[in-house]
Design a protein around this ligand. Structure first.
Ligand code: FUB
Length: 305
């Protein structure tokens, strides 16, 4: 059986060298999430499927890519459809990924079929490239649990962070940032949902740690730019860091993910620079990210295609 299966697998995986941004020119992609695992960086993106001139997001699945050098990207064959979550009605919006106890947990924004508004689900797999299955059979976070803001899309953009002591945290939100502890099983909240008042917070909160310092980055204002705060713990208190990446020219959103890989740091984000691209036809790109001697993040410029 293995003898026959191998050629099919090889055919199904396409590898391409990409010396310049964006990561792929084949499709429009958005909302990057990244995971470093066993010598590779895995990249999860939403697939922007809006037609040219479209006036809203058309996003039905997430795509998975990986690389061993940040230049040559392999596209993995099995997209993750939003229908992974049977309770979801549409919209494969932003997600994030974490590995724990040999399993891969993908947290993702979808539109809930029966509870108005966006919700966050969690899918699990034994491999970073899937297949992923719904880990709960119900939303981890939905609009009936969080009434802090009077908008239906306040429960979006999950970011998962596992601290060195093993405590996992989930951050999310639009207009107001929220966070909560995750239980060790990674599929249940552990305790209350907290809110944080951040200056001109829009969405895309993201937590990473570097040299013992915690960095909370997020999309600020609209059109969005990426800014960051620093703090002594995963829950702050947060001090202003600076502007990490300036606004895009033709896309209001920007959505970052930050990883360390092979001794360097990188930021993934999206813009609208691919020909035919724009607000609902975005493209994920990556840049090296550098820290100053004081731990500040140096502003990152987007490279041309
Ligand atoms: O892609 C849909 C939404 O746009 C995401 O959830 C936000 O972060 C913004 O990129």
């Amino acid at each position: 059986m293995f003898k026959h299966a191998l050629p099919a697998i090889l055919l199904a995986v396409s590898s391409f060298a990409q010396a310049a941004n964006p990561i792929t020119h084949k499709i429009f992609t958005a909302d990057p999430a990244a995971l470093v695992d066993q010598g590779r960086v895995y990249l999860y993106v939403g697939h922007d499927e809006a037609p040219a001139g479209g006036k809203e997001y058309v996003m039905n699945e997430w795509r998975v890519y990986s690389s061993c050098d940040m230049q040559h990207w392999t596209e993995h064959p099995a997209p993750i459809p939003y229908t992974t979550f049977k309770w979801a009605g549409r919209d494969a919006w932003a997600g994030d990924i974490a590995k724990r106890n040999g399993k891969y947990y993908f947290y993702a924004t979808v539109d809930h079929k029966s509870i108005p508004g966006k919700a966050i689900g969690v899918a699990v797999s034994n491999s970073p490239t899937g297949p992923f299955v719904d880990a709960r059979g119900s939303a981890l976070v939905s609009n009936d649990m969080t009434h802090e803001t009077p908008i239906a899309w306040d429960d979006i953009d999950p970011a998962v962070f596992v601290d060195d002591d093993g405590q996992a945290w989930l951050y999310w939100g639009n207009t107001v940032m929220k966070y909560a502890k995750l239980k060790a099983n990674m599929i249940e909240l552990d305790g209350p949902i907290h809110t944080v008042g951040l200056d001109a917070f829009t969405e895309a909160s993201y937590l990473h740690k570097h040299d013992g310092r915690y960095y909370l980055s997020y999309s600020q204002q609209f059109p969005e730019r990426t800014v960051y705060m620093t703090g002594p713990s995963a829950t702050g208190p947060w001090s202003w860091g600076g502007v990490l990446m300036e606004k895009n020219s033709n896309v209001n959103t920007i959505h970052q993910a930050i990883v360390d890989f092979n001794g360097k740091s990188y930021i993934f984000y999206h813009n609208g620079t691919l020909p035919g691209g724009g607000e609902f036809r975005r493209s994920v790109a990556v840049e090296e990210l550098r820290y100053g001697p004081d731990g500040s993040i140096l502003p990152v410029a987007q490279t041309a295609q």
